[in-house]
Design a protein around this ligand. Sequence first.
Ligand SMILES: Nc1ncnc2c1ncn2[C@@H]1O[C@H](COP(=O)(O)OP(=O)(O)OP(=O)(O)O)[C@@H](O)[C@H]1O
Length: 257
Amino acid sequence: MLELININKNYNAGSINELCLFQDFCLKIDEGDFVAVVGSNGSGKTSMLNIICGSIDIDSGRIEVNGEDMSGKRDFFRHRKIGRVYQDPSKGTCPSMNILENMSIADNKGKKYGLGRGVNKARTDYYKEQLKSLNLGLEDKLYTQVGSLSGGQRQALALLMSTMSPIEFLILDEHTAALDPKTAEIIMELTDKIVREKKVTTIMVTHNLRYAVEYGDRLLMMHEGNVILDKAGEEKKGLQTEEIMSVFNKISVECGN
Ligand SMILES: Nc1ncnc2c1ncn2[C@@H]1O[C@H](COP(=O)(O)OP(=O)(O)OP(=O)(O)O)[C@@H](O)[C@H]1O
């Protein structure tokens, strides 16, 4: 279980631009849950992901994973247990290396040995098999530089790479936002397949309310550093996009957007 306990986070403390984003923020996410997070711009979604990943410091509070306090641990340590896919398809993969080398790096994440170990015949066959499951023909492009792939192909590869080594959490930060509607749909279906197959606890931030309703077991809506809507189980299954849209519109009107 992931627990955020009484998190306090101020940006630009002591300056005229001071922003108190999280005040005693608490959240519990059960193992194996697929949680979709929506909310207006600036509501704190990415900050929350960065806090979980250790990419930004908190002022006080605790981040616990299965009871272990992660708060003081640096991001490189936490990333051994976390896979992350970003909005920008150019992040999460190395553009100047080919697919094989990228997969080898992902495969060897957290291990002490280098690239050579990852590109032997057995591993190459395994990578091909994994790529084949994406159904994008990438298994025939092992020696193609990742920088020359399309955004959708890169996001699919990034998704696969982020879940290649054993991880406890998959963090998806608007990972379909930069893709055309058809490719976004393919990546979402792929996401669901990977999450279900690997049974990995997943937190997906998205601005696509339909995806948040259709995918995942739990939906959170954030507003000004708070969770204002939390639906899981049967309640989540019964949700309609229009309902979420109407809550979203209501908070937008209230804050003058
Ligand atoms: N490094 C930073 N320094 C100062 N303020 C920041 C920093 N990062 C985020 N903020 C502020 O914190 C608030 C929350 O930002 P955050 O990016 O977490 O929101 P978000 O919900 O992910 O927004 P979006 O949907 O636009 O990506 C915003 O007001 C933002 O300006």
